[in-house]
Ligand binder design. Structure first.
Ligand code: NAD
Ligand code: UFG
Length: 333
């Protein structure tokens, strides 16, 4: 049995789809604060198999103990968390509570119930701003917002745990910019409220839900002046989790991996890729830089390729086509 916290969310649901399709037993724990229970039905439609679903909070030790004592999961994949950088600046305590407190509570319960394999959703935001690219796992750390610090602290808890208790096997996965959706069009990112990220905003503009999207800054020292990020397809990202989980069957200790493509794409390049892949123009206007944004960063995914045998395969065209298909389906629902 694999325990997936946050399994009805964007990334977790794609990992659940792969696990179920591979015949694994899956139990999802999610409080539905940023997702819907309909995802459980969708997973069944997509894979023909239904995961167990337990609605509850990862900060609730009593609830988690009931689930873990009954299921005795062999491995836990921990996606549950809060992820909006700007919100974390306004409400730091909520972020420390869920992302750090929730992780510590979950680990304590797993420790008491015999689970010793753990895969953690971390983020490229743990790295210090740098002009030296690509970012490797050894690049200096130094988050610059509360969200990043919560991931940094949760990583530290995991390193300390693996050092103190050698039977724990931990993979810390630092995601770059996940985009796209499941090829079925049934799973994807459905932001509640106004989206913050580039791809959902680009889709909103393409669909005419907003007149245009904002290009935040055309005066960065990048090849076309717009911000550059390492976008990767969520299905590739999900596959990285399967590889990491498998790796922990034999690898002891705590291991950190970047999950990205290794290639940066600018905002204008993404808009052009979207137009080419979908045939739809997303109008945009150039606006001032967004506070807190960096000009450019992208990963070196070499360690994940070397040790996990994982490499992102999907192209920007795949990312745009699948994001657009999911977006249109959501609008139709
Ligand atoms: P998401 O919001 O779609 O999924 C997170 C899920 O966790 C949601 O279903 C939500 O309902 C659930 N959840 C939140 N708080 C909870 C709690 N206290 N108890 C139980 N469930 C709770 O987000 P996502 O994009 O799928 O991200 C998954 C993980 O990956 C998060 O930890 C996030 O910080 C991390 N991450 C995401 C990105 C990204 O760009 N999407 C980048 C780097 C890291
Ligand atoms: N951008 C725009 N217009 C928009 C939205 C974004 O031009 O409407 C630009 C940004 O300035 C940036 C790029 O598009 O250059 C990507 O921005 P996103 O908001 O999509 O993503 P970020 O790189 O800012 O952050 C994302 C997640 C974080 C995570 C980080 C990890 O939102 O949670 O990736 O690398 F921590």
């Amino acid at each position: 049995m694999i325990l997936v916290t946050g399994g009805t969310g964007y990334i977790g649901s794609h990992v659940c789809a792969l696990l179920l399709a591979a015949g694994r037993e899956v139990a999802i724990v999610d409080n539905l604060s940023n997702s819907g229970a309909d995802v459980v039905d969708r997973l069944e439609t997509v894979t023909g198999r239904r995961p167990l679903f337990h609605r509850g909070d990862v900060r609730d030790a009593g609830f988690l103990t009931e689930v873990a004592a009954k299921l005795r999961p062999e491995c836990a994949l921990h996606f549950a968390g809060l992820k909006a950088v700007a919100e974390s600046v306004r409400q730091p305590l909520a972020y420390y509570d869920v992302n750090v407190g929730g992780t510590a509570t979950l680990l304590k319960v797993l420790q008491q119930n015999g689970t010793r394999r753990f895969v953690f959703s971390s983020s490229a935001t743990v790295y210090a701003p740098s002009e030296v690219m690509p970012l490797t796992e050894e690049s200096p750390l130094g988050p610059y917002n509360p969200y990043g610090w919560t991931k940094f602290m949760a990583e530290q808890i995991l390193r300390d745990l693996a050092a103190a208790a050698p039977d724990w096997r931990v993979a810390v996965l630092r995601y770059f910019n996940p985009v796209g959706a499941h090829e079925s069009g049934l799973l994807g990112e459905k932001p509640l409220g106004t989206p913050n990220n580039l791809m959902p905003r680009l889709c909103d503009a393409a669909a005419g839900r907003t007149p245009r999207f904002s290009v935040f800054g055309l005066d960065y020292p990048t090849r076309d002046g717009s911000g550059v990020r390492d976008y990767l397809h969520v299905t590739d990202l999900a596959l990285g989790h399967i590889r990491a989980m498998e790796h922990l069957e034999t690898a002891a200790g705590a291991h950190v991996y970047n999950l990205g493509t290794g290639t940066g794409l600018s905002v204008l390049e993404m808009a052009a890729a979207f137009r080419a892949a979908t045939g739809v123009e997303a109008p945009y206007e150039v606006c001032p830089r967004r506070p807190g944004d960096l000009a450019e960063y992208y990963s070196s995914p070499a360690k994940a390729e070397r040790e996990l045998g994982w490499k992102a395969e999907k192209t920007p065209a795949d990312m745009c086509r699948d994001a657009w298909a999911f977006h249109r389906r959501c609008l139709a629902d």
